[in-house]
Structures are given as structure tokens and as C-alpha cells.
Design a protein around this ligand. Sequence first.
Ligand code: 8YV
Length: 326
Amino acid sequence: MKVFINKRIPEIGIKMLEENGLEIFIPENDNLSQDEWLSYCKETDAILSVGGEFKYDKDFFNECPNVKAVALYSVGFDHVDIKEANQRHIPVGNTPDVLSKATSDVAFLLMQSVARRASYNFEKVKSGNWDAFDPLQALGQELYGKTLGIFGLGRIGFEMAKKSQKAFDMNVIYHNRHRNEEAENELNAKYVSFDELIEQSDVLSVHANYKPEQKELFNASVFEKMKPDAIFVNTARGGFHHQKDLYEALTSKQIWGAGLDVTNPEPIFKDDPILELSNVCVLPHIGSATVEARNGMAKLAAENIIAFSKGEKMPHCANPDVYNNE
Ligand code: 8YV
């Protein structure tokens, strides 16, 4: 069975695929254009798909009828039209759990970096502007006992809430489609409405799976209801926030600061004015970028491909319904 991998992944995953006798193709120059990527997809049975820039939609599946399985090298699957995949009986694998700690670490890092204006102050030092001591300058805020609001309390949100509670004794409130009983029992997390979430959070951290109907949910009408001291953190998908509205909210002091590991658009434009603000920290989507998490993702993605090649169910499947009508 032919497996196309559009970008090299950690060796542990490659080895697993090879040991199972799979024929792997990884292009030498892996900075593929859309056309190059599509031409490789047309020739393969299964794809181990790295990154979110290529979309698996109706057009894709029409153009690549040979593709029978897609194993994503990500937990997020917003770049796949799951309904289309289901209709064509194509399983879509993903990589849950193994990156929850790493990604929540980045949310935690951003929350603190913004609260203490760490990246802005580092830039000042680097540019030779270490100011004389001033009791009224460079003041951040403390997080002890404050309210952390989680939008989308799943695996990653749970880890963020746990850390924040242990480190800063934060109260946890959350808004989800479904109640998270584990978080309610273990972290005393309180379920609130969306409006309560945005009105009560001192730190509002986004961790939900992204769906197109949630496009720019966090926009001017939300930012204006948030507390003036609130910090907005997004490590989920840039599409969740309206970046210009966020900029306006930050400059007009409707909110206090923002920490972003994902931007809208992504990558962020070099001249985006949000990058100039002292109350912002932007990272280039590095949530899962640890050796441990990336190895874990490689292992899970390989397990999915191997199971598929043996005619078994993918063990980490984003669309388990695909197996219902067999
Ligand atoms: C990756 C991610 O950086 O897993 C996800 O959903 O956003 C990140 O882990 C990226 O998608 C790599 O494929």
C-alpha cells in the first residue's frame, strides 16, 4: 500500500510504517505547492497529512478517487470535510491526548507572558532600552485567585485549567457544547453561558475544536463585554478571533492583553499592527512543538495508517461513524 507523507515526521513514525512493509513516499522538497501536493495525492492509497494548509474537501476527494484513508498529523481536523469523508467511507485519523500537555503549556506561557509583558520587555532589552528603575513602569498583573474562563473544555482545556489552578489558585469557569463532569468534579469547574464566560473571565482561553460556523466568534461584540483587565488567549485556531477587532479592543483598552499561538490569517502578516503592541505576545503556532508531543503524534498517525493497511479500524479516528455502516 502506498502512503504519501507531505512533510518528514519524527523517525519513530517512519520506522513503524517501514517495519509494517508500507511503501512510503516523502518528497525531497517538502515545501509543496497546492498542485504538487495534489499530484502526489492522486497517486497514493493513503495520506499521512502534515499541517493544516491543504484542504480535504469535496473537490479534493473527487480529484483523488484512489485515496482511501487520511491520517492527520494533528488533533484538529477543521481542514477536512468530515461529512464528505463519511459519505465516501474514508476514515480520518487524528492525534488526540499526546499534545494536550504541550499545547496547554503554551496557553499557560502566553497567559503569564502577557500578564507580565515578558515578550515586550525582552524586545526592549534586546534593542538596548533597559530603562532606569521606575516604580510606576513595566507593571504587570498577578493571576492569583483570578477567574480563568475556558471556551471548549476538552483535553487541552482541562490541562490548562489544572495548571492554572495549581499555580495561581484560579477559579475555573467554562462554556462547552457538553458538560465536562470530570472537570466539574476534579477542578470544581463551573459551567456558565457564553455571555457569563466572556463577562466574568479575567483570562479567557480558547481551546475548542474549530468549526466554520464559529468563524470570528470572538469579535468586537464579545471584546466590548469583557473586563478591562481581561487577557484573551488563543491556542486553538486563528479563525476563532477577528484580528482587527482584537487590535481595536487592545488599543482602546477594552481588554488588557492578548496571547496568540494562532493568528487570523496564519501566518500573520509581517506588518500586522498587532505585533507592535506592548500588551500582546504572538507565537508561530508552536503548541505541539515539543520532542515528546511530536514523537507521540508520529506514533499515533503511524498506528492509524498501519491499522488501516491491515483492514482494521483506525485506533484514533476523528470520524468513527465511518465504521458504522460496514
Ligand atoms: C500542529 C495543531 O502544529 O494538532 C493540531 O491541531 O494545530 C498542531 O499540533 C499542526 O496542525 C501540525 O499538523
